[in-house]
Ligand binder design. Structure first.
Ligand SMILES: Cc1cc2nc3c(=O)[nH]c(=O)nc-3n(C[C@H](O)[C@H](O)[C@H](O)COP(=O)(O)OP(=O)(O)OC[C@H]3O[C@@H](n4cnc5c(N)ncnc54)[C@H](O)[C@@H]3O)c2cc1C
Length: 335
């Protein structure tokens, strides 16, 4: 198929008319207002996702004088909100709680008066063979000159017989609903960094059982040590969860492999990995993705693009770099 940057189309055209100061006072303020249904709006720069990557991109763009529109489907601040403690973000030598860091990251949106639309983007695709890029969010379409995709990751699916019989409020993919939990037993399925981070977050006042499929303890050494130092955290493995059932008011997990046992838990947290959140990308855009990135029309930043190198500082740096490239292209540079 023909992509927007092929043929007679001049790729610079889409971004070259970006006036850094245009839109300074044009936006509806800190929170972008709802728009009329069915109307296609035109935006020069759209950022999707207000985690560390998207916020860093949007703020840097504001600093250059651009007026990006930022979409976020949940609470701004991103996945780091679910972290127990972040020890590797520069500037916090004692470490910082995940929710606090997420709050600080999100607070920059206010200071820089970023237009934020609290909506999920369902689709990003090319409108036709030659573009433009169009986003669908709710009932609205937005035509975007440049898209910065900072959507992070989503949990990979996990299933075992009987899991659907456990009440949904007792099965978790993160620990946001478990903050403040006390006196409970929590089984964590998985033993990577996120799993042990969750274990630490829940270890005060609860008993935490970590079910490690491989038994190899793949989490970073600092987290393994921290977990070992907490008497309330037990790491079991190799323990493969084969089956679950709901009995009385508790979930029973049956493990097989080298560690056949039964564990009773009030809550189950599943932390078996995450994959890039790219489901919103449409087929035409996917077919032209590389070309769009080469021409500076699409930037994929942070966890969505970083494979297993998923860290807050990397995501923020990615967002910053993308913003610099968008700006450089807007003033005629290579970006
Ligand atoms: C338990 C845990 C502990 C962690 N601990 C650390 C740590 O100690 N140190 C560290 O450096 N990193 C840590 N991380 C990793 C860190 O959270 C991520 O690397 C970082 O948040 C990635 O930022 P991001 O902006 O790329 O993506 P995210 O933070 O995932 O942000 C993506 C945003 O996009 C939004 N979004 C997604 N799809 C759409 C859509 N279609 N429409 C609108 N909005 C959308 C999401 O709601 C989200 O807010 C941890 C992660 C976890 C899970």
């Amino acid at each position: 198929m023909m992509c927007p940057m092929e043929g007679r189309h001049d790729p610079r055209h889409r971004t070259s008319h970006l006036d850094p100061m245009a839109g300074r006072h044009r936006g509806p303020g800190r929170r972008a207002s709802a728009r009329k249904e069915g109307v296609t709006l035109r935006e020069e720069i759209v950022v999707i996702g207000a985690g560390p990557a998207g916020v860093a991109a949007a703020v840097q763009l504001r600093r250059y004088g651009h007026d990006p529109l930022l979409f976020e489907r949940a609470e701004p601040g991103g996945l780091v909100r679910t972290a127990w403690r972040v020890d590797n973000y520069p500037g916090f030598p004692e470490g910082i709680d995940g929710p606090e860091l997420a709050g600080r990251i999100a607070a920059a949106l206010e200071r820089w008066d970023v237009r934020l639309l609290r909506e999920e983007v369902q689709l990003v695709d090319l409108a036709g063979e030659r573009g433009p890029i169009v986003l669908t969010a709710g009932d609205h379409d937005v035509e975007a000159g440049v898209v910065v995709l900072a959507t992070g990751t989503v949990p990979v699916p996990f299933s075992c017989p009987g899991l659907d019989d456990i009440p949904p409020e007792r099965v978790h993919r993160d620990i946001l609903r478990l903050r403040g939990l006390r006196g409970a037993t929590v089984a964590i399925v998985g033993a990577g960094d996120a799993a042990l981070d969750h274990a630490m977050a829940l270890s005060e006042g609860n008993r935490v059982i970590v079910l490690d499929r491989s038994g190899l303890g793949r989490a970073i050494a600092a987290l393994r040590e921290a977990a070992r130092g907490r008497g309330t955290v037990e790491i079991m493995g190799p323990a493969v969860v084969r089956e679950c059932r709901w009995e009385g008011d508790r979930a029973i997990l049956l493990t097989g492999g080298a560690y056949p046992a039964e564990f009773a838990a009030d809550h189950i947290v599943i932390a078996v990995g995450r994959r890039p959140a790219t489901d919103l990308l449409g087929p035409r855009l996917l077919a032209c993705r590389e070309g769009l990135e080469d021409k500076g029309l699409l930037y994929m930043v942070g966890d969505v693009a970083r494979g297993h190198h998923r860290q807050t500082a990397i995501a923020a740096g990615d967002g910053l770099l993308a913003a610099m490239r968008v700006h450089e292209r807007s003033i005629g540079g290579e970006g």
